[in-house]
Design a binder for this molecule. Structure first.
Ligand SMILES: [Zn+2]
Length: 419
């Protein structure tokens, strides 16, 4: 039997998961979808009800502050650095996110889990070895027709529950805690309008990871590359000596990308160059690529490779105009987080103290934390107990969510001893 606060965590998660907050890459508004305000307002209201001042800004961000509760005669009084917890409210546009019906599977028996809304959707331990450690725990899934939204509503529920428990337990001493819930993380804009000063903390943790114990302090260095090719179009019947077809040059660019630098041939700390879109016709063609590497020097080598290819194609197709543009998207947060070893040490120790063995891993992607780390708020990413994100087969483990909740409360307490 779960205790009453674990059940409250579950109900909280279900409440948030049901709210439709899918973000939209094609939208130019801030946030990209107005519906994200529905969750933002609910969270702010719930925080206020706990006695935690909270606000929703016009960009859809929720900010809240839990005051330090150290007695005045405590040696650390007024000296504990403010720390923050961050999670994102939107869910991925990659899977349906409207009318989510969370289903709680009590005491998982280790067998295949068939999702009732679409019996084709089955969670099989043989496909998902992570399920094997969940026997006896309570799992939450969708009904199979939508994603669950544990990414990142598990993180939100844990922060909200952790804050409520701290408010109910004045004997648990902590410094000042900043909370932020961001919109549009899934479309890469979660940090765009983040109010660093309003947030207040200069150290933070995103709760946006997955399996129990995993702590992530490295993201990719991410760049976007765009080739713009220009040619000349004319009726093919009278094109001799006149037409300049960019598509041949485009094909040649793609052909020269090394096979061992593709997303589908790399893993772990191996970076890639990924041609993600090509659009155009005879007279104009655009190729969009992603460059990803944990090592910045390797990223620079990949950029140099694209520049070399660009030069070669220019020689090969002298009449085609070729323009290569490289833009930085975000950088690996690892070097920023390493600047203050306490940030990770406290998280690892908090994990151990709640009975979970922590392990470090690298993210093959980015988080809000990567951008925040370069905005003056170093922000590693912590596990939430969810898994298989952006999928109708997404799931979360209630007992692992409970551990994440305990961990973040412990982090707040352990920072008092760091002074
Ligand atoms: Zn996420």
């Amino acid at each position: 039997m779960n205790d009453i606060s674990t059940e409250r965590l579950l109900q909280r998660f279900i409440r948030y998961a049901k709210i439709y907050t899918t973000s939209d890459e094609t939208s130019d508004t801030v946030p990209t979808t107005q519906r994200q305000f529905d969750l933002a307002r609910l969270l702010a209201t719930e925080l206020e009800e706990m006695g935690v001042p909270a606000r929703v800004d016009d960009k859809g961000y929720v900010y809240a502050h839990v005051a330090e509760n150290l007695p005045e005669d405590h040696p650390a009084s007024g000296k504990v650095p403010a720390i923050g917890f961050v999670a994102h409210m939107d869910t991925s546009p990659d899977a349906p996110g409207e009318a989510v019906q969370p289903i709680v599977h009590r005491g998982y028996d280790g067998q295949d889990l068939v999702l009732p809304g679409d019996p084709q959707q089955v969670l099989r331990p043989e496909d998902m070895p992570e399920l094997k450690s969940q026997v006896g725990k309570d799992l939450i899934t969708s009904d199979g027709t939508t994603l669950l939204g544990a990414d990142d509503k598990a993180g939100i529920a844990e922060i909200m529950e952790g804050v409520q428990r701290l408010m109910e337990s004045p004997e648990r001493l902590h410094g000042s805690i900043s909370i932020a819930f961001t919109p549009d993380e899934e479309v890469g804009r979660g940090a765009n309008h983040f109010d660093v000063d309003g947030f207040g903390a200069r150290i933070a943790y995103t709760l946006d990871g997955d399996v129990l114990g995993k702590i992530e302090k490295e993201t990719f260095n991410a760049h976007a590359a765009t080739f713009k090719l220009g040619g000349y179009n004319v009726h093919p019947g009278s094109a001799k000596g006149k037409m300049i077809n960019t598509l041949y040059a485009a094909a040649e660019i793609i052909r020269r990308l090394p096979e061992n630098m593709r997303p589908e041939t790399t893993e772990k700390r191996e970076g890639y160059i990924h041609p993600r879109a090509i659009e155009g016709g005879v007279d104009r063609c655009t190729i969009r690529l992603l460059i990803r590497d944990h090592d910045l020097e390797e990223s620079k080598r990949k950029i140099a490779l694209l520049e070399r290819i660009s030069d070669e194609i220019r020689d090969l197709f002298p009449k085609v105009t070729i323009d290569l543009e490289i833009k930085e998207s975000y950088l690996n947060m690892g070097p920023k987080i390493d600047e203050d070893p306490r940030i990770l040490n406290v998280a690892m120790e908090a994990c151990r103290q709640v009975g979970v063995e922590p392990f470090l891993d690298v993210i093959r992607g980015g988080t809000d934390g990567a951008r925040l780390s370069y905005m003056g708020v170093p922000t590693p990413n912590l596990f939430t107990g969810g898994f298989n994100y952006h999928s109708v087969r997404e799931w979360a483990s209630l007992q692992d969510m409970e551990k994440a909740t305990q961990m973040l409360m412990k982090i707040a307490e352990l920072w008092v001893a760091e002074v």
